[in-house]
Design a protein around this ligand. Structure first.
Ligand code: BG6
Length: 490
């Protein structure tokens, strides 16, 4: 399918329209796509939620959200007004069949019958099936309709399967767009470009040359206002099962036949299915979990997770897993997957450590070559090389660095991941969404760890807020001969 940035006219119906994600990400994303000309003038955005609000009150909330969350360079008062005219609101409990469906019907009927409709479920996943059923009952699902499912898709394999089954009773798989916003990040897509468009990496991308790959997503924020959700989830479900396993799949996949949606997703799912299982009796050795305790960040004291929560909890805010991809390409190469809340700094990155080349030429081996793909912030990549020490008379080596940036050539900001994804759902372009088999394979791999942790068979470790993580994490990675990026020196 030819990819066109401009979209056909659409009606975007958001369930969970008053929620944090809608205000923080979804509305600003649509605004920005309007700003750069990808949203047609007669497109409409229809927020729905249970709150009794008038359309004007909803527009007011939307306006405040845009004022708050748009980057200053993108704020334009006249454009905000133009955008808000496209925004509508309907008080609706999507799970109840005897609710305000007539109003939604009346609004959607104003558009031509073949208008693209996107139903975005930004609600708890337990509601997805009931909302789908009502959309079906009242004949809202047309051939041009699609549904976007926000994460998390379940809390384990069984609930993920139930959600997928539930939604697929009413929508065909090609109409279902499961969001993983990491795939919408331009820099995550850069993993494909760096690997397959550059022989300098492609030729050495295997166990023969690579010692290990570490994938980190660390955040300085704690659980903010989301403790009720987060405490039932934890770092493994919140970040590893989805975002970080997607990044791992892109790093480890074989070259897809083409960049079509199914070729790429076939290649990724093969990786997920090739992950070496971590049975219950190996979980203590191959994983690590931790909670932050009180600490200091940017000179201010911050409370620990349990203090914020106000109750006891065995939910982890930090997690590490050591993964092996059992394919010939990755024979015994460890992939370290790590995520943290209240970390020393915000950083999402992939660090590829190459094996040292034994050489008698220089008296001693050089250092590891290292490729760091900076997903965010400071989007770009660094390559550490060995060069000759220019002030030494002999041929001793020193570290030399190359640095590249992913910034757009025209100086504009890197688009937020939701911008691309929300409009790709309109376009019906599924390449950057997760297929059902991927979600289920990812849950299958993490499940024994979740169960073993839930049974308290692996000790909870602790780290002060504002640190890089628990001390135990150093021993963990050292046990397979590696070190964390922040401990590597150069
Ligand atoms: C979300 C998680 O999926 O990703 C959040 O639920 C997390 O807990 C967020 O903060 C991180 O996204 P990003 O794009 O800031 O790395």
């Amino acid at each position: 399918m030819a990819y066109s940035q401009q979209t056909a006219p659409f009606d975007y119906v958001i369930f969970g329209g008053t929620g944090d994600l809608t205000m923080r990400k979804l509305l600003p994303a649509l605004y920005n796509q309007l700003r750069i000309g990808h949203v047609p003038e007669d497109a409409r955005i229809i927020g729905t939620a249970r709150s009794e609000l008038s359309c004007d009150e909803y527009r007011e909330r939307a306006r405040e959200a845009l004022e708050h969350f748009l980057p200053p360079a993108h704020k334009d008062a006249a454009l905000i007004e133009r955008f808000l005219k496209k925004v509508h609101y309907i008080t609706l409990d999507g799970t109840k069949s005897d609710h305000n469906w007539d109003d939604l019907h009346a609004l959607l009927e104003q558009s031509p019958a073949d208008r693209i409709r996107v139903f975005y479920f930004s609600t708890a996943p337990q509601l997805f099936e009931a909302i789908s059923e009502n959309l079906h009952r009242f004949s809202f699902i047309t051939p041009q309709s699609r549904v976007v499912l926000e994460k998390p898709i379940g809390t384990d394999s069984a609930s993920a399967r139930a959600i997928n089954e539930g939604v697929s009773r009413f929508f065909k798989e090609e109409q279902i767009f499961r969001i993983d916003h990491y795939l919408g990040k331009e820099t995550v897509q850069d993993i494909i470009a760096l690997r397959f468009a550059n022989p300098v990496f492609n030729a050495v991308w295997s166990a023969e040359h690579i010692q290990s790959i570490q994938i980190t997503a660390a955040e300085t924020v704690g659980v903010e206002g989301r403790a009720a959700y987060y405490d039932t989830s934890g770092a493994l479900r919140d970040m590893i099962q989805n975002h970080l396993l997607q990044v791992l799949s892109l790093c480890a996949m074989e070259a897809p036949a083409d960049l079509g949606a199914d070729s790429v997703r076939d290649a990724k799912v093969k990786v997920l299915k090739a992950l070496r299982p971590i049975p219950a009796d190996k979980v203590a050795q191959e994983t690590l979990r931790a909670q932050y305790v009180a600490g200091e960040m940017a000179g201010s004291k911050v409370p620990g997770y349990l203090e914020e929560l106000g109750t006891e909890s065995a939910t982890e805010t930090y997690a590490v897993m050591r993964a092996y991809v059992d394919t010939p390409r990755w024979k015994d190469v460890p992939f370290y997957i790590r995520t943290a809340k209240r970390s020393h700094k915000k950083v999402s990155e992939v660090v590829v450590t190459f094996k040292k080349t034994a050489s008698s030429l220089f008296g001693k081996d050089g250092e590891h070559n290292r490729l760091v793909i900076r997903l965010q912030p400071d989007e770009g990549f660094g390559l550490a090389l060995n060069i000759k020490n220019p002030s030494a008379a002999d041929f001793s080596l020193q570290h030399g660095a190359m640095d590249g940036r992913f910034a757009p050539a025209d100086g504009s900001l890197i688009p937020d991941s939701y911008e691309r994804l929300m409009l790709d759902a309109v376009r019906g372009y599924p390449a950057l969404f997760i297929r059902r088999d991927e979600v289920e394979a990812a849950w299958a791999w993490v499940e024994p760890t979740l169960q073993t942790w839930a049974a308290n068979k692996v000790p909870m470790t602790h780290y002060p807020a504002g640190s890089y993580g628990p001390e135990e994490a150093r021993k963990f990675i050292a046990s397979t001969g590696d070190a964390w990026h922040e401990d590597m020196g150069a």
